[in-house]
Design a protein around this ligand. Structure first.
Ligand code: SF4
Ligand code: SF4
Length: 461
């Protein structure tokens, strides 16, 4: 018989598993683990008002009955329990409320009351706590025989919570930065300019070639959307983009107004998601772009693929992921790569929102196989991939969260480590921040890289 998946917690080399598991037996999560709420001033900056008013929640919640999908998700659960141990939060905590079916039951109880639902029936604190312990990863939906998409329920509930100002400080502060600067890290054009100059100088030293990273060209055929983290932290990813564009002799630019592939609106509400998506469309039109190329960000690509794509199409502008361009260029022999430059055993981790919401599974694998010596697949891949444990706006650096996300991210790291690979590869800015932390916490001998980093190492320019 297969061991229970929760047993993998005991396989952590951290030596902390038993103590963690003992604590989970007693912890009252709804009291113990609430992401710090945003301050009123930050809520105002994102265009919402703080009013933790159960009557408001009640009215909006009852209105969700107009959504066929929501009604279907509420009505069709058979309580089979299959989804329970598919959720990394249930695996790491054993708390039924922190499972797909348990989380949904918190709102299903209110749903059953229909119009008789009273404000006093609503435990806002508990709802906030558990609906901000779902990373919107959609893993549960792949296994659910009824196809219930718990992440959609989470988005419905967060939509209401956000307009009440019940949004974590980390998420609200990130959104506020985008409203001010166009990127999550709050970088102004001068900061972006000097970071990019530094990366260009490094590429010159490494290759002896002048490889440009054009910023704010008034007109360009391609508008490339990097993660702001690529500019400031994950420089090897940025170099990968630049080298591919250079090798293909593309007319491209990055705009300092839209230097952000992420879209934290996905983790808050639909209004903000659309606003951020529209900022990219406006910028592409302004620069006369024929194509927008998206950088490495899981949920950002999902948003782009499902929303921005259609807005761009209204202006005759195409959308592609940087992996799609790279894959095609390798296949057609337009760029040359030397896989011996990445002489190691690599395991590709599918970011949730590429595999389960972004339809991007094959191209990254083809690119990886072309640029490294050897690859190995993990047990749970493609649409069954495990979440990193920090999506959905949970990357916050808060004491309680740090430990929680170290354990929530363990299944993904464990199964990658189990393959015997030396390096885990993930093309997602959140994964690039989360996995090194999880790997370090659990004392696992594994490196972590972005896919375009490896392309950058292997490409001949
Ligand atoms: S797998 Fe689907 S039907 Fe079964 S308990 Fe979970 S949500 Fe309900
Ligand atoms: S979407 Fe992911 S985090 Fe949310 S309940 Fe499902 S498996 Fe858990």
């Amino acid at each position: 018989m297969k061991p229970k998946i929760r047993d993998i917690l005991l396989k952590s080399p951290s030596g902390k598993a038993e103590e963690w598991l003992a604590r989970q037996k007693n912890i009252e999560w709804a009291n113990g683990l609430n992401p710090r709420l945003a301050k009123e001033s930050t809520v105002n900056e994102i265009g919402e008002k703080k009013h933790e008013d159960p009557d408001h929640f009640r009215d909006r919640f009852v209105g969700l009955r107009d959504s066929k999908a929501f009604v279907n998700f509420m009505e069709s659960c058979t309580r089979c329990g299959i989804c329970l141990d598919k959720c990394h939060f249930f695996i790491s905590t054993g708390d039924v409320n922190n499972s797909p079916v348990g989380r949904a039951n918190l709102v299903r109880k209110m749903y059953r009351k229909g119009n008789r639902l009273k404000a006093s029936d609503i435990d806002l604190k508990k709802i906030y706590s558990y609906y901000y312990q779902c990373t919107e990863c959609r893993r549960c939906s792949v296994f659910c025989p009824q196809g219930i998409d718990q992440a959609e329920i989470t988005r419905n509930i967060r939509d209401i919570l956000t307009e009440m100002g019940m949004v974590p400080d980390y998420v609200a502060a990130t959104l506020a930065q985008v409203f001010k600067t166009g990127n999550n890290m709050g970088l102004n054009p001068m900061a972006i300019g000097s970071a990019v100059d530094f990366v260009k100088e490094e590429m010159k030293e490494e290759t002896g070639k002048d490889i440009d990273i054009p910023l704010d060209k008034p007109k360009a055929e391609i508008l490339l959307i990097p993660s702001s983290a690529d500019i400031m932290v994950n420089n090897d990813t940025l170099k990968g983009y630049a080298k591919v564009m250079h090798a293909l002799k593309k007319d491209w630019t990055i705009s300092t107004a839209t230097a952000e592939a992420a879209n934290f609106g996905t983790f808050a509400n639909e209004r903000i998601l659309r606003q951020f998506g529209d900022m990219v469309v406006e910028e592409a039109v302004k620069r006369g772009a024929k194509e927008v190329v998206w950088g490495e960000c899981g949920h950002g690509w999902r948003t782009a693929n499902n929303y921005v794509r259609y807005k761009l199409a209204d202006h005759g502008i195409a959308l592609q992921h940087v992996h799609q361009i790279t894959d095609r260029a390798i296949e057609r022999g337009q760029i040359t790569v030397d896989r011996n430059k990445n002489d190691d055993l690599f395991n590709y981790h599918d970011p949730c929102n590429l595999a389960r919401g972004g339809n991007l599974v094959n191209e990254p694998r083809k690119v990886l196989s072309a640029v490294v010596r050897e690859t190995v697949e993990a047990e749970y891949t493609k649409d069954k991939t495990f979440c990193c444990g920090a999506g959905g706006g949970l990357l916050a650096d808060e004491k309680e969260w740090n430990e929680s996300r170290a354990w929530a991210g363990w299944p993904a790291v464990y199964y990658s480590w189990k393959t015997g690979a030396n390096t885990m590869v993930s093309p997602c800015a959140i994964d690039k921040a989360q996995f090194p932390f999880v790997i370090g916490y659990h004392k696992v001998d594994l490196k972590m890289k972005g896919l375009m980093d490896l392309v950058g190492f292997a490409i001949e320019v």
